[in-house]
Design a protein around this ligand. Structure first.
Ligand SMILES: [Zn+2]
Length: 316
């Protein structure tokens, strides 16, 4: 009894294979015809390189370098303050599954931890090879620690883009010339932006930049300003009354007219200091993220920052 059943099953399997082949061959031809008739070389969603960027400026650099060859996810949603980012389980899976993770070691502890556990073999610390400043010892509870805010000097965006381009070129070798060309375009744009800052901030009544959050050391160093932070590294830290009094003294002594605060956290500290010293509080964006719904990009926000600085530092 067993033999006939087995052979029957064998026959039906053969038939199924034959039917499948009859259907599949024309389908395969149709698909390949479809492929050859498509003249564009645009990569499809499935062969795009999956990049996870820890926060906005890294997303900006990755999209500029990778163009249509990459799909970029930003771990820090618009409007979220990135220093103390908490990752969801879904985001940790995204980090594990990505082709490439871009992060800045020491900036977001939750991302550092997820990268160490899930992505050690496919992550780039974008600060590698960039000269790092230490936090201002006057204000920071983290005095002496490395300052993470490297992206506020456009020259460092170029360095980050070069590093991204090298890695992408190894993942998709045939697109490497495109990544190199895109990086050159970005580098030229960053050089232009830097030139605008250099000339815009050449002649200013004040070279002391008082900001609620100690985020602008790289920008200050690049353009010959001196940053005085009120709260220190974390934008949500409360300054001590002694620190507030000290900065208020400096503001009065140096005739400073503008105190800068940032977009993603409360302006309370800057407003308190401004009202105590009779100065103006105004926005200077540390570009740790975009505002919700914003359609601006890194150069747009940097140009708004330059306009704020030219007015606030009274530059000619
Ligand atoms: Zn910051």
């Amino acid at each position: 009894m067993r033999e006939p059943i087995k052979s029957q099953r064998h026959k039906s399997q053969l038939l199924a294979i034959a039917v499948f082949a009859a259907l599949a061959l024309p389908l395969a031809l149709a698909l390949s015809a479809c492929g050859t008739s498509d003249s564009s070389n645009e990569p499809t969603a499935t062969d795009q390189i999956k990049i996870v960027a820890a926060f906005y400026p890294l997303q900006y650099a990755a999209e500029a370098v990778g163009s249509t060859y990459v799909s970029v996810t930003n771990l820090t949603s618009p409007g979220v303050e990135p220093h103390d980012l908490e990752l969801s389980p879904a985001q940790i899976t995204e980090i594990a599954d990505a082709d490439l993770v871009l992060y800045l070691k020491g900036f977001q502890p939750s991302v550092d931890e997820a990268v160490a556990q899930q992505a050690a073999d496919h992550a780039i610390d974008v600060s590698a090879g960039i000269d790092r400043l230490t936090m201002n010892p006057d204000a920071a509870e983290l005095a002496g620690e490395l300052d993470p805010h490297i992206w506020l000097d456009p020259a460092n965006i170029t360095k980050i883009a070069n590093s991204i381009s090298d890695h992408l070129g190894r993942i998709n070798t045939s697109a490497a010339p495109t990544f190199t060309a895109n990086t050159k375009t970005l580098a030229a744009e960053m050089a232009d932006l830097r030139g605008e800052f250099t000339s815009g901030l050449a002649n200013c009544a004040s070279r002391t930049l008082v900001a609620s959050h100690d985020a602008f050391a790289y920008l200050a160093k690049a353009f010959g300003l001196t940053q005085v932070g009120i709260s220190g590294l974390s934008p949500e830290a409360e300054p001590s009354p002694a620190r507030l009094a000290e900065v208020a003294d400096l503001v009065t002594t140096e005739g400073i007219t503008t105190i800068y605060y940032e977009t993603l956290v409360s302006p309370k500290v800057a407003e308190t200091l401004a009202s105590e010293t009779g100065t103006t509080a105004t926005v200077l964006d540390p570009l740790e993220g975009l505002a919700p719904g914003s359609i601006e990009s890194y150069p747009d926000v940097m140009r708004s920052n330059l306009a704020a600085l030219i007015a606030g530092q009274r530059c000619e």
